[in-house]
Design a protein around this ligand. Sequence first.
Ligand code: ATP
Length: 341
Amino acid sequence: MFGLGSKDLGIDLGTANTLIYVKGKGIVLREPSVVAFQNDTKDIVAVGNDARNMIGRTPGNIVALRPMKDGVIADYETTATMMKYYIKQAAKSTGFFKNSKPYIMVCVPSGITAVEQRAVIDATKQAGARDAFPIEEPFAAAIGANLPVWEPTGSMVVDIGGGTTEVAIISLGGIVTSQSIRIAGDEMDEAISQYIRKTYNLMIGDRTAESIKVEVGSASGTEDIENMEIRGRDLLTGLPKTIEISAAEIAGALHDTVYAIVEAVKNTLEKTPPELAADIMDRGIVLTGGGALLRNIDKVIGEETNMPVLIAEDPLDCVAIGTGKALDHINLFKNRPRDSR
Ligand SMILES: Nc1ncnc2c1ncn2[C@@H]1O[C@H](COP(=O)(O)OP(=O)(O)OP(=O)(O)O)[C@@H](O)[C@H]1O
């Protein structure tokens, strides 16, 4: 038997955000997955929020980057360093595992390759885990959203994160069918940047694109949203410029990304056994992840699938909560084959 202490951790190692859940304490850390370091010496200058504020604003000798891309590790060393830093922070704030290393449950996208999964496990061990266990993101999201994942009934979760959207049908403690696409919040930001570059010859930064999405972005229906002033660099003159954009324009820019997500939901429903489809019809599709907060995304998915759609409580926290709660069932994850999934 193992994994019984209150010292074990669940980590939502996300493309956009990293969250740490400690058994018995809940979420103790919530930070952007960003690291800033000296280009020449590779010394860390800042991690998390401080590093995020540096994105697009660094002098030549400092680089601020997100070590995760599309839900998987893009920069191994930096990811391990970031996790190590966060585990230390969480330990400091809670005073746990002073003398022993924790078991760590860490989420991975369901469409991940064995090599990508191995990288996450190794990085988690390098960051200080006694042993690391992967849990599929949509499964964790469903636990975090309080869906009855262990029961013989169908639950459907759509987790729209930064790098990936994970759609899964879950029953009896397992994923029955799922689809993972590398289209989510980051892709929405990219679509907004591209639209503004093409339409206004204005170059905007990643942070600006994300704030446009959060402030005026919508999957449909933009009547009540006010226009927004944005600043960037005019590509023709090279000078700073301010323009005003409408929510309708941004909804148009987001259309393709939103419908790629809708398509993934439809594809998964088509592969769902009828009994489980009937359960989902009763309970509804549950949306988690930061992308669930895009205005009217629930409405569009509902209209396109003719299914009831609900947004989970605290959608940004579901994966971390589920990863942490899954620690109670760690033996199940210990026995799952790690490299064949
Ligand atoms: N109000 C909002 N409206 C639209 N999008 C939002 C909102 N709030 C956050 N987001 C987006 O949610 C995404 C982050 O969500 P989340 O933290 O669930 O992802 P992640 O777990 O880091 O990523 P992944 O699961 O792909 O690894 C970002 O793209 C962010 O811009």
